[in-house]
Design a protein around this ligand. Structure first.
Ligand code: PMT
Length: 404
């Protein structure tokens, strides 16, 4: 996990959104981060030390001159040790202090001493975010390399509505993970397909498969973290598209084909993790099919999108296909590598519980068209996604110059 074992400082300032920092802290520690929380005096009026202390397992720091705290005198060491400092919520006040180098409490002193990346997630009431003073402070911070997230629009604590809501904790975690990830895909345009397709039988029924979209969504998220511009074409899933991706929702294989062909021309890497239905109903009924008699569906094959993309590509596009198999995985995967004309094939056994369809983990075999193959042990789909992207970079560095 990208945050595993990372030392972080979480700064919490005085906003009603401070309660969301508790959820954020829980998520950071769940992902393996070791977090020291710095509360401002104003934040303590909204949420108590004890909650943060219990969840982080560490003392909570507020006062630079707290005689009971060893850590208080070690603010510089703490700031230097931190892989990143996250301030959430960040009020207009802390943005102003950080922009002007004011260090009058523990958090603002840590911000001055920090050596790693700083991520600030603003939260403030109606109109404040747009105020020229706040905008100017944000511009100064961004210019200095601080990542200041855009607050979200919606109802605010005052009863007003506008831009000023703290981004959701999961969005803040995504931004932090991106900040701490290598940017080795900067400049790449990655097209990922995910999820199942649905083929109508009649207006209420369809043929589909067990794909949850998790594998494809993790690939899109990993590519974004690593600096790529990402387009995610997905069939219906219960997942939230990663923020920052261009999201293209589709239902049928033909809709997926259209979306993929439209975006593939501009992509440098295409990854087809979607479980595309091999067949569709030839003539779906216009009205709901009634009756209890036997029913035969006349099916016709769907276009093979992956093979078509591979056939149409320019020399510089790297193409990754998947193979979902239930037996003789390696042999079938090798067949698909050749018949579909891809550069890298990711094979998984979808008959096994705990991997493949709708699981959080996967265990895959990577086979490339230059004769290499590598079996990866079972790991999270997020980790598999990173392995696939690293394999693409390594293979392309070796092979593409010859093809261009
Ligand atoms: O979504 P999850 O629940 O996380 O599950 C992940 C997964 C099991 C769906 C994923 O890991 C996976 O194996 N995806 C490929 C599923 C599939 O359709 O495999 P296939 O062996 O039938 O197809 C081979 C390749 O051709 C795939 O890249 C597929 O996207 C593509 N294809 C298939 C048929 C078709 N008509 N057009 C295609 O482009």
């Amino acid at each position: 996990m990208p945050l595993d074992g990372r030392e972080l400082v979480l700064g919490v300032t005085g906003s009603i959104a401070a309660y969301k920092a508790v959820v954020l802290l829980r998520e950071l520690t769940r992902q393996g981060a070791r977090v020291t929380v710095c509360l401002t005096e104003h934040a303590r009026r909204f949420v108590g030390d004890l909650t943060f202390r219990t969840l982080s397992g560490r003392p909570v720091l507020t006062d630079l001159f707290d005689p009971r705290s060893d850590e208080a005198v070690e603010h510089v060491a703490l700031a230097e040790r931190a892989a990143a400092v996250v301030v959430a919520p960040a009020t207009a006040n802390v943005l102003a202090k950080a922009a002007h180098g004011i260090a009058d409490d523990f958090l603002t002193t840590v911000l001055l001493a920090a050596r790693g990346p700083v991520l600030m997630a603003p939260a403030m009431d109606g109109g404040m975010w747009e105020h020229p003073a706040v905008m100017a402070n944000v511009a100064v911070l961004r210019q200095r390399g601080v990542t200041v997230m855009e607050p979200e629009a919606g109802p605010l604590a005052s009863g007003l509505s506008g831009r000023g809501r703290l981004p959701e904790p999961e969005t803040i975690v995504e931004a932090l993970v991106a900040l701490l990830s290598p940017r080795d895909l900067a400049g790449e345009r990655v097209l990922v397909t995910a999820g199942p397709t649905r083929e109508a039988i009649d207006p209420v029924r369809y043929i589909s498969n067990r794909s949850s979209g998790k594998m494809g969504f993790q690939l899109a998220a990993a590519a974004l973290r690593r600096g790529a511009a990402v387009t995610l074409v997905s069939g219906p899933t219960a997942l939230r598209p990663p923020s920052g991706a261009v999201f293209v929702p589709i239902e049928t294989a033909e809709e997926m084909r259209e979306a993929v062909l439209q975006h593939a021309a501009a992509a440098t890497i295409v990854i087809k993790a979607a479980a595309v239905g091999d067949y569709r109903v030839k003539r779906p009924a216009a009205t709901k099919i009634k009756g209890k008699q036997d029913l035969t569906l006349d099916l016709t094959p769907n276009p093979d999108i992956l093979a078509e993309v591979a056939a149409r590509r320019s020399g510089a596009t790297f193409i990754v296909g998947f193979a979902a198999e239930t037996h003789d995985v390696a042999a079938h995967a090798r067949g698909k590598l050749e018949s579909k004309g891809v550069d890298l094939l990711v094979a998984n056994d979808v008959s096994r519980a705990g991997i493949g369809f709708d699981a959080d983990d996967n265990e895959v075999l990577l086979i490339d068209r230059w004769g290499g193959s590598r079996a990866l042990p079972k790991m999270s789909k997020a980790a598999v996604a990173d392995e696939i992207l690293s394999a693409v970079l390594a293979l392309r560095a070796r092979a593409v110059p010859a093809r261009r």
